[in-house]
Structure formats: structure tokens, C-alpha cells
Design a protein around this ligand. Structure first.
Ligand SMILES: *Cc1c(COP(=O)(O)O)cnc(C)c1O
Length: 381
């Protein structure tokens, strides 16, 4: 039997509080352990927590107290980080797609560090946030990631050179290069390819007298779902040796932006079996319907990308493959069907099911009252 990820604190909370309906419970002790593990793995990198993974105020306050900085994507996320006690110099506006009036608002709030991936965005920042630092995001192929980020963000390295040169010409401070190797990245060499690209941008601009200072190495650090993943320490070693390889003894300032890796394993969703049925008497595969699905916070089951560990009160009994689905009247609300999920044959309507590794990308993905189901409630303990 694998060690369950629900901590004793979470199990005790659920046993004593018995919250009604599906809910997420996050254990702050685990978030703290994750933060310390990142600090130890990459002691020379600054940590900018990706707020979108889970913006619960308790999490942001804890991370502020631990010394974290924050990667934000909107004015609201900036305000959340400020409310948690972070000063503006610890916040980056890391979305490459921003309205000019939101940039102006961020500038008013004191934010001086912005992501770009094209000349058009640089021009907005030059107008709305004059003199600020900008870093240019380069594309990565996302290979090896379970939740790749595609071509939506970033540009090719040759264009990043043009973008940062333009930033300089418009009076901005061309600060560095960023990338994101794709979320839930289990290939340790993904950072090496991206750091090689970053180095080419540094070199091309250095020839023109523009000296970049920073590499933002993004997120992508995984959470353990059903399969083991390398520990933070292994990522730290791989990344540090790539930095050495590409930058020699002139390693720039570095940033990491963990989201999933900071909070994913800190949360557990409690849900309940609403129905177990078959589509024909002769079917082997049962359909198991939970009281939470794609619209209640489990959006990352899209294309069955993220496969969460489930804990039932009948674990240890004989299992059989099940299709797992959510409770809404939308036919897309099926979690696992292409690859059915083995669940105990003895599982019964009304049983409680714990969905582990759900601290990241769940509450923020829950819809508001689709079919009358409440957004996912969360308790941070
Ligand atoms: C979402 C995001 C992250 C966090 O990614 P994880 O894979 O959850 O670690 C980091 N940086 C940026 C710019 C992001 O958009």
C-alpha cells in the first residue's frame, strides 16, 4: 500500500468538522515544507510563487512570512499579494497578455517588473509603466510535461533579442529572459534546453552592449500523483549544472515560479459517491459518479491529463475498472473514461472518496453554480 498523502491534520479536520458537500482542505505545514525544500534545492534562486495555483489568503500570508515573492497575472492577483503583506518589489506582473490600463494600475501600485513576449507589449509597458524592468519570455516545446503550455506564451529567441532591444530604446530596463518548461514537468533535462536558448539571447544582446541580469526559470516542478516524481533536490542539481554549463562562472540572478510544486500535495478534496451504475446488464465497466467533477474544480482532468490518486474507505478490497464522472448535466463532465480507474468492487453509494494532490489548480477552476452546484469550498488549516 502506498502512503496516503492526506496528512493526519487533514484527516482529523475532516473527522471532527465533517463539512457537508465537496471541499478542499489544505495543510499549511505541507506548503511550508515545500517552500523550504525549494529554498534548499536552489539556494541562489528567488522564489516567486505562482499565485494562480491557489490564491487562498492563508497560503499567501504564510509564503510572505517565509520570504517568498509572487508571480501574478492580473491586478486582482497583485492586490491579493499586497493584502497578504508582500511589498511591491516582491511582485512581478508575469502575464504576457495585459491591458494597458491594468499595467498603469499595477505601476500605480508600485509594480516594476513585467513579462513581455512581443514588441507590442513592450510599447504598452513603456507608456504605462515607464522605466520598469522587463523580461522576455521565450517559447519552449513543453516536451515531457503532463500539462504543456503550448505556443500561447513566448517568442523564439531571435525575436526576444529584438523585443529587449526595443525595450531599451523605449527607456525600459531590459532585465532578462524567462521561460516555462510546461507544468508537471518530469523530464529534468527540460530546463537545460531552455537555459541554452536563454544564453543565446544573453550573448546576442551583450554584443550590442545590453547586459541582461536575470533568468526566470518559471514553474513546472511536479506534484506526486499516481507516479513517483523526482524530488526538489534532483531538480535543483539538474538546473544548477545547466546554469554552470551555459553561463560558466557568470551565472545571472535567477528566479523560479513554482505553483503546482508549492501547493499541489498540500491539499485533499473530500467528495462523495452519488451513484454507481452500468449502461447495460452485461457491461463490465461501472460508472461511478462523484459530487465533484470538471466544473467543480477538477478541470485538469481535461483529456485525462492529470490523474489524481483516490482513497476510498474500501481500499484493499478487490478492484474493477470504472468510468469516473462528475455530477453535472454536461456530457463533458467525465473525468476518466479512456483509461478507466480501478476502484473497489465493494464501493457503495454514499462512500466518502478523498482526491489527493488537489491543492493546486482546483478552487480557481471551479465554476460558479453551474447546475446550481456551489464553487469548491476550501479550508486552509
Ligand atoms: C502558471 C505559471 C507558473 C506556475 O507553473 P507550475 O507548473 O504550476 O509550477 C509559473 N510561471 C508562470 C508565468 C505561469 O503562468
Amino acid at each position: 500500500m502506498e502512503k496516503p498523502m492526506a496528512t493526519q491534520r487533514i484527516l482529523d479536520f475532516l473527522a471532527t468538522r465533517r463539512p457537508e458537500g465537496p471541499c478542499l482542505v489544505v495543510d499549511l505545514d505541507v506548503v511550508r515544507e515545500n517552500y523550504v525544500a525549494f529554498e534548499r534545492a536552489l539556494p541562489d534562486s528567488k522564489i516567486f510563487y505562482a499565485v494562480k495555483a491557489n490564491p487562498a489568503p492563508e497560503i499567501l500570508r504564510l509564503l510572505t512570512a517565509l520570504g517568498s515573492s509572487f508571480d501574478t497575472a492580473s491586478v486582482t492577483e497583485i492586490e491579493m499579494a499586497l493584502d497578504a503583506g508582500a511589498t511591491p518589489d516582491r511582485i512581478s506582473f508575469g502575464n504576457t497578455i495585459k491591458k494597458e490600463r491594468d499595467i498603469a494600475r499595477a505601476y500605480e501600485l508600485g509594480i516594476r517588473l513585467y513579462a513581455v513576449d512581443c514588441v507590442e507589449e513592450v510599447e504598452k509597458i513603456a507608456r504605462a509603466a515607464p522605466g520598469s524592468r522587463v523580461f522576455c519570455r521565450v517559447l519552449t516545446d513543453g516536451a515531457g510535461a503532463e500539462w504543456p503550455l503550448s505556443r500561447k506564451f513566448g517568442c523564439v529567441p531571435a525575436m526576444a533579442v529584438d523585443v529587449l532591444r526595443r525595450a531599451k530604446a523605449l527607456g525600459l530596463d531590459p532585465h532578462g529572459v524567462s521561460f516555462h518548461v510546461g507544468s508537471q514537468q518530469t523530464d529534468l533535462s527540460a530546463w537545460d534546453r531552455a537555459l541554452n536558448d536563454a544564453r543565446t539571447v544573453f550573448e546576442a544582446l551583450a554584443e550590442e552592449g545590453i547586459v541582461l541580469k536575470m533568468v526566470n526559470m518559471g514553474g513546472g516542478f511536479p506534484t506526486r500523483y499516481l507516479r513517483d516524481v523526482p524530488q526538489a533536490q534532483a531538480y535543483g542539481q539538474a538546473i544548477f549544472s545547466s546554469l554552470r554549463k551555459h553561463f560558466g562562472n557568470r551565472i545571472p540572478e535567477t528566479i523560479i515560479e513554482p505553483g503546482r510544486g508549492m501547493v499541489g500535495n498540500a491539499g485533499v478534496i473530500k467528495s462523495e459517491v452519488v451513484l454507481i451504475s452500468r449502461k447495460a446488464d452485461s457491461d463490465d465497466v461501472r460508472w461511478v459518479y462523484l459530487d465533484i467533477g470538471k466544473f467543480g474544480g477538477l478541470a485538469e482532468t481535461m483529456d485525462e491529463a492529470i490523474r489524481y490518486p483516490l482513497v476510498t474507505p474500501r481500499d484493499g478490497d478487490e478492484t474493477a475498472p470504472c468510468v469516473l464522472a462528475g455530477p453535472t448535466c454536461d456530457s463533458a463532465d467525465v473525468l476518466y473514461e479512456k483509461t478507466p480507474y480501478p476502484l473497489p468492487v465493494s464501493l457503495t453509494i454514499g462512500d466518502e472518496v478523498l482526491i489527493e494532490g488537489t491543492g493546486a489548480y482546483t478552487t480557481t477552476y471551479a465554476s460558479v453554480a453551474f447546475n446550481g452546484f456551489e464553487p469548491l469550498r476550501s479550508y486552509v488549516i
